[in-house]
Design a protein around this ligand. Structure first.
Ligand code: B12
Ligand code: SF4
Length: 464
């Protein structure tokens, strides 16, 4: 049996900043050894639809759903069954089943071997559901699947799943519930050692869900002498010893969701705890004194935002010498409480923005209260452009404790900024997926896929 893993892109095209999609290393590790596997990442390469295969497995996020469905149409029109999993199909299995033969809801662990076995025997079920949250001990991602592909030079490692908070725009609580799981620290350290990588991205949504364990992890990281980055909630800044330990263990940068400078917005998004222990300025100083570079993220469109909010946030990010920052329109995704609220209040611009051919990346998807939808779109773009000018880069570079701490740090700062600048401009305003309508000539949805000149695209409708 041959199994093909596919990672769809947001658009019909290639990207420059692709990172390893960790879920496929996990799926590969759960796949029986006698199954031949192939793996294609559309961010790096064309998907060769005509390569013979018995089953296709795709991961789907809300932003990649349109593209994923087009690719699924392409495979199914060739008679190849498609199974999909990940965030989006977990939240909207019925939608996903219109485009796939089978949907896996939740974590792959504990379910995937059964899916492969059923596919082998020609009796794939429509839905596989991982209702439990299986313990994470024993996870051994098989990274050989990424060999030969040009990913960003950093290794993604997951220590835990879930977050203790419940911000109303976020998908994490909806996906993982209130269950917080961590892997045994020894297994994480062993995985990092085996990867032989000196640059690690700990992808946990919030690495501090269990502080004593986080301390144990950081102590265990010290002897490895690696550089690592992560995502953290800003409230940990009240424990400066912990932040210093984090830095000593090799943390060089941290993504922090500031989201808004307005406390009323923070309260509305259930993130008032951002300011629970101290103001932003004090918290930032704790990280930067420890030498940790900050990647600040901001969201716009909550009720107390006006058109002035964009410039205020950019001034704040440049003034605090963030090594990177992002300025996004608030985007309601299925599963998150915010989506239900926007639906109830009839403020959504599109029925399903992720499938709508008129939606463009970076554009508003709902009607905000303090400005128009167009002002929200334009304000976010202007903020990104202002933050990414060469003048801003020069001002932010001059930060001896962080961005200029060493030639290596400065290299990371410069390279990340140049890549980020290029990616922002290449994504803004693009249609998700390809231009072809989902419901019509499905194979044409893959205009860029290399197909033999003789092969005729087959028209396929949406299956029931
Ligand atoms: C690291 C990361 C990134 C990295 C890129 C990672 C990469 N490899 O390319 C960066 C920073 C670039 C990034 C960018 C974005 N991201 Co991101 N990212 C993450 C993060 C934090 C970790 C991803 C990860 O490695 N997880 C670990 C793996 C093991 O988990 P997993 O992929 O969920 O897979 C498990 C299950 O879902 C399931 N599964 C998944 N796929 C499949 C497929 C099959 C067939 C089966 C059986 C099972 C299965 O089994 C797996 C093992 O249990 C997640 C949050 C999270 N905790 O996952 C957000 C997350 C996925 N990102 C998100 C978003 C919105 C984005 C952006 C769109 C943001 C933006 N506005 O630009 C962009 C663009 C994403 C894109 N598709 O190109 C959202 C997606 C929400 C949604 N509803 O779809 C998440 C959930 C964050 C959040 N808080 O809401 N991201
Ligand atoms: S702290 Fe981060 S991961 Fe946790 S719920 Fe809020 S946005 Fe999501």
């Amino acid at each position: 049996m041959k199994l093909t893993f596919v990672r769809p892109n947001l658009f019909d095209g290639r990207s420059f900043d692709a990172m390893h999609p960790l879920c496929f290393a996990i799926l590969k590790s759960l796949t029986p050894a006698d199954v031949t596997t192939a793996f294609y990442d559309e961010r790096l390469e064309y998907i060769p639809l005509d390569d013979p295969t018995d089953l296709v497995a795709m991961t789907v996020e809300t932003y990649t759903a349109r593209r994923a469905y087009q690719i699924a149409n392409g495979y199914r029109s060739r008679g190849v069954p498609v199974v999909i999993g990940g965030y989006h199909p977990t939240f909207l299995p019925d939608e996903a089943l219109q485009f796939a033969d089978s949907v896996v809801i939740g974590d792959a662990e504990g379910v995937w071997p059964q899916v492969v076995e059923d596919a082998r025997n020609g009796r794939l079920q429509r839905i596989y559901r991982q209702d439990d949250f299986p313990p994470l001990a024993g996870t051994r991602p098989d990274r050989r699947i990424f060999k030969g592909k040009r990913y960003a030079p950093c290794t993604l490692v997951q220590y835990g799943r879930g977050c203790k908070y419940n911000c109303n725009f976020c998908s994490i609580r909806a996906f993982y519930g209130t269950v917080l799981r961590q892997r045994p620290i020894g297994e994480v350290i062993d995985e990092i050692k085996r990867s032989r990588s000196r640059a690690i991205f700990l992808v946990d949504d919030n690495i501090f869900v269990d502080i004593p364990k986080a301390k144990e992890l950081f102590e265990a990281l010290i002897p490895l002498r690696i550089s690592w980055s992560c995502q953290v909630s800003i409230d940990i800044a009240h424990d400066s010893a912990l932040v210093q330990l984090m830095a000593r263990s090799g943390c060089i940068n941290a993504l922090i969701g500031f989201e808004s400078l307005n406390p009323k917005n923070l309260a509305q998004m259930r993130k008032a705890w951002n300011l629970k222990f101290s103001d932003y300025q004090t918290s930032i100083k704790v990280f930067q004194d420890a030498g940790i570079m900050i990647y600040g993220t901001f969201l716009f469109g909550y009720d107390h935002d006006t058109v002035d909010a964009f410039d205020e946030a950019v001034d704040f990010a440049i003034g605090n010498k963030f090594y990177l920052a992002n300025f996004n329109p608030l985007t309601p995704t299925p599963g998150a409480d915010l989506y239900r609220q926007m639906e109830d209040e009839k403020r959504l611009i599109f029925d399903r923005w992720w499938l709508d051919p008129n939606f463009r990346y970076g554009h508003a998807t709902f009607h905000p209260r303090g400005m128009t939808a167009d002002e929200l779109t334009a304000g976010c773009l202007r903020a990104r452009m202002r933050f990414n000018t060469y003048g801003s880069l020069l001002r932010r570079a001059w930060a001896p404790r962080t961005n200029l701490r060493s030639p290596f740090r400065f290299g990371v700062f410069l390279l990340s900024n140049l890549i980020s600048k290029r990616e922002i401009m290449s994504k803004q305003g693009r249609q998700l997926g390809s231009a072809a309508p989902l419901e019509q000539d499905a194979a044409c949805g893959l205009a860029l896929a290399r197909r033999p000149a003789t092969a005729k695209p087959q028209a396929v409708g949406v299956s029931p």
